[in-house]
Design a protein around this ligand. Structure first.
Ligand code: SF4
Length: 402
């Protein structure tokens, strides 16, 4: 029987209406010594108000540079069962569609070699297995890979790409997010398994600007489905929404970011030339409005959580690109971006931070993309000033220092 620890502080986290990670660890702790010791360490961390996990140390499997994250306890003498507590990242399925059989296989292997604790999914999107020892890593990898699973990305590498459920469950998706996610994974296998970048690089793909994967805030490259045609309006359905109590003026027209919707006499009209494809109106009136015409994606670069500089959202680099297999144009563009980042990026500098440091102009010039007016946040307030040779030779401060 695994050892039992007193956990008065952790027990507090089981109170209240929400599911508790403590309850889940306790279930695993009834079966494995590692999970039991993990509870003991965690209680001590809360009691002493400091972590007892050390991050780092190079651990991995042969032929891979990433996919396993080394974790060690700094109190191994008190908790020998978790002296090593490495994290294994499994490359998740596009859209997170698993069969129950595949989940059972994953858990059975993990029960054999690890703590039994999992995290579906980590914030990058991997299926995360928490807590094993260095000597078990090769066996774990052999078992998972023999059943068709691969490790995900970690370190200064391309990270495991993720996407929304896309056309599998959502009729509003403008692109096949699942196929793009799979194609990106296959195309950049080397970049994912052998960290060679200045820092991490994440792809996230979503079918429309509702952005169910929060790609605009979490990916170095956000691929967001969009369209070129007009928004088709079904006026009978618009009338039904009004009849059901929707305040179309306040909830739809007034919230359109470009103010291109008018609602008068019970009819809704859209000035499509000024629509920024934000999806607000369509998402609110799914029965009445539908995007039409050519479908593709906007490519955005540079979002990330706070680190060297604060959190950033992605910038639109390519407003519209066709996203159809084999995605040749898109992959070539990405390789160009990586070349520039590789050349100029400092250690642990994300591509978005490099763009801030060296300028969007240099970045766009290098990757061969023309700037567009919409990339300018606001026009200059001052009139343009044309400096002459004489202006440059003047030293106005001399008038005050004589
Ligand atoms: Fe306005 Fe957005 Fe609807 Fe376009 S998609 S009409 S910008 S609310």
């Amino acid at each position: 029987m695994p050892k039992k620890y007193d956990t008065p502080l952790l027990d507090e986290l089981e109170k209240g209406p929400f599911p508790s990670f403590v309850t889940e660890i306790k279930k695993a702790a009834a079966r494995t010594e590692m999970a039991a010791a993990e509870l003991g360490v965690l209680e001590r961390c809360y009691r002493e108000k400091k972590t007892h996990w050390k991050h780092g140390g190079i651990v991995g499997v042969r032929g891979y540079g990433g996919g396993v994250i080394g974790r060690y306890s700094d109190v191994p003498e008190d908790f020998p069962e978790v002296a090593h507590f490495h994290t294994v990242r499994i490359n998740s399925i596009a859209g997170f569609f698993y069969t129950s059989e595949s989940l059972r296989t994953i858990c059975d292997i993990w029960d054999k070699y690890g703590s039994g604790l999992t995290n579906l999914h980590g914030s990058t999107g991997d299926l995360v297995l928490l807590g094993t020892t260095t000597d078990k890593l090769e066996a774990i990898f052999a078992e998972y890979s023999s059943r068709g699973w691969d490790l995900g990305g970690s370190g200064s590498a391309m990270r495991t790409p993720s996407c929304c459920v896309g056309p599998a469950r959502c009729e509003w998706s403008n692109i096949d997010t699942l196929d793009i996610n799979y194609a990106v994974t296959q195309e950049f296998q080397d970049e994912m398994h052998r960290p060679a970048f200045p820092y991490k690089f994440k792809f996230k793909t979503v079918g429309c600007a509702v952005d169910c994967n929060a790609s605009i805030a979490r990916a170095d490259c956000s691929i967001i489905g969009t369209w070129k045609g007009n928004i088709a309006v079904d006026q009978a359905e618009v009338a039904n929404y009004a009849k059901a109590g929707m305040d179309i003026q306040a909830e739809i027209a007034d919230l359109c970011p470009t103010q291109c919707i008018t609602y008068a006499g019970g009819k809704l009209a859209i000035d499509d030339a000024n629509c920024s494809r934000c999806m607000h109106c369509i998402a609110k009136m799914t029965k009445a409005l539908k995007a039409t015409g050519e479908k593709g994606a906007s490519i955005l670069i540079g979002s990330k959580a706070p680190f060297v500089v604060g959190a950033t959202l992605s910038w639109v680099i390519v407003p519209f690109i066709k996203m159809e297999a084999p995605y040749t144009e898109f992959f070539a563009l990405i390789r160009k971006m990586w070349e520039w980042w590789d050349e100029h990026g400092k250690n642990r500098e994300r591509i978005g931070e490099l763009i801030i440091r060296r300028g969007m102009r240099e970045f766009l010039e290098y990757i061969g993309v023309d700037p567009v007016p919409q990339q300018v946040k606001e026009p200059r307030r001052d009139p343009f000033w044309f400096w002459t040779e004489d202006d440059l030779n003047q030293k106005p401060w001399e008038a005050y220092t004589k």
